[in-house]
Write a protein that binds this ligand. Structure first.
Ligand code: GLA
Length: 394
């Protein structure tokens, strides 16, 4: 079930396609962005995450071509691209860079042995860019659906997620985990997913249908540093595993270390590796606890865990920033806010708060003001339910 706004966007993109190509599209594909409720920086440690797909997405309207040319138009940028599937290269022209995710996905699928077909397409998205809501994962998953459907083969959603992750890793060069692509491909309406990033299985956890809202607030501080810092955190986690392995030989990832075991051996780790490991190990425990609390309707506990997660990300993992901290603080000062934390990789982007429905007007009115006073920046708020994962709409 799409929201009214999304249904309108589908009609718009179909009309746009017809104007440009002179016929109706043969297919419309959709892939959503995501918000992570808890379980941050755990996915590349084989751990647990609890994200939900959001009611913001990338849409692609397309039709088949008989050759191997991709002819595309990006409605957000008002720009076109044209490239051959026989010559997949990075676009270097500024005006064509938007098409790189598309090229990356085509290249990845070709590498997997899929014989792709040319397409005419229009793409349009409303996931805010660079805000930590996974606009790039949504784009890659939508392109994965497009090229596989156009080639007449349907990818299993977990495989689709893995291929989108591969494209992001190889193309952007950030060694990302699987969370963003997985939730975009497999999200369930009205549910968050407790994903086990080791087994790549999930448990759907229903979100409360009334009484509490998920409010995303964008710091409008674009994420800086994220690529190099992300890869550094990742290698610090690997260092922690290699040292802890001397005492716990069966472990292969931080996921395998319990909070008690960590307390026993943490002195063996140098800083900052010790703090990084503490975050990941305690965050995994919080994520499991939060999934349980959510399914029991214990929203107070959910909020407390989210607050603890933010503190751990700020102090131990050092991926927060002044803007995220100010926005979290502003949110927490409103009576009726159960908890607030940064969401996504960090260094800017968005926060997520659990807010009692009756406190939402107060939140809307006061949080942006408090944030502006603290930082001089404007926050934008986004209200969303949990949306369905990617799929073909037409
Ligand atoms: C980014 C990555 C994810 C995950 C988060 C942090 O969104 O793409 O794989 O690691 O950061 O939790």
């Amino acid at each position: 079930m799409l929201t009214d706004a999304e249904m309108n966007r589908v009609e718009d993109i179909k009309a746009r396609f017809k104007t440009i190509y002179g016929s109706d599209p043969a297919m419309v594909l959709r892939a959503p962005g995501r918000v992570n409720l808890i379980g941050e920086h755990t996915d590349y440690n084989d751990g647990f995450v609890l994200p939900a797909a959001i009611e913001r997405s990338v849409l692609i309207a397309a039709s088949h071509r008989s050759d191997r040319i991709v002819n595309g138009f990006a409605a957000n940028y008002n720009r076109s691209t044209n490239f051959s599937l026989d010559k997949l290269e990075h676009a270097t022209e500024t005006s064509d860079r938007w098409s790189n995710y598309m090229r990356a996905m085509a290249w990845t699928l070709t590498g997997e042995g899929m014989r792709l077909q040319g397409v005419n397409l229009v793409v349009a998205g409303d996931v805010p860019l660079g805000s930590g809501l996974s606009s790039s994962a949504a784009m890659l998953v939508a392109c994965g659906l497009l090229f596989s459907e156009a080639a007449g083969s349907r990818l299993d959603p977990v495989r689709l997620a893995l291929l989108a992750q591969k494209a992001e890793r190889e193309f952007v060069g950030v060694n990302v985990g699987i969370m963003d692509q997985y939730i975009s491909a497999l999200g369930k309406q009205h549910n968050a997913l407790l994903i086990d990033t080791r087994s790549l299985t999930y448990k759907a956890v229903p979100l409360p249908s009334q009484g509490v809202s998920i409010v995303i607030a964008d710091t409008n501080k674009r994420r800086g540093l994220v690529e190099s810092e992300y890869n550094t955190r990742r290698s610090e986690c690997e260092q922690a595993v290699s040292i802890l392995k001397r005492f716990l030989p069966s472990i292969t990832a931080l996921r395998d270390v319990s909070v008690e075991e960590f307390k026993q051996y943490e002195q063996e780790l140098p800083e900052p590796v010790r703090s990084r490991a503490r975050h990941v190990i305690t965050e995994d425990a919080r994520t499991l606890q939060m999934a349980d609390a959510l399914s029991k309707g214990d929203i107070e506990l959910c909020g407390k865990l989210m607050n603890e997660s933010h503190e751990s990300l700020r102090q131990d993992y050092a991926v927060s920033c002044k803007e995220l901290d100010s926005l979290v603080e502003a949110a927490r000062s409103i009576p009726g806010v159960y908890g607030a934390r940064m969401t996504g990789a960090g260094f800017g982007g968005c926060t997520v708060s659990l807010v009692a429905d009756e406190a939402v007007p107060d939140f809307e009115e006061r949080v942006p003001k408090l944030y502006k006073n603290a930082t001089g920046l404007d926050a934008s708020l986004l209200f969303t339910g949990a949306a369905e994962g990617a799929g073909r709409l037409l």
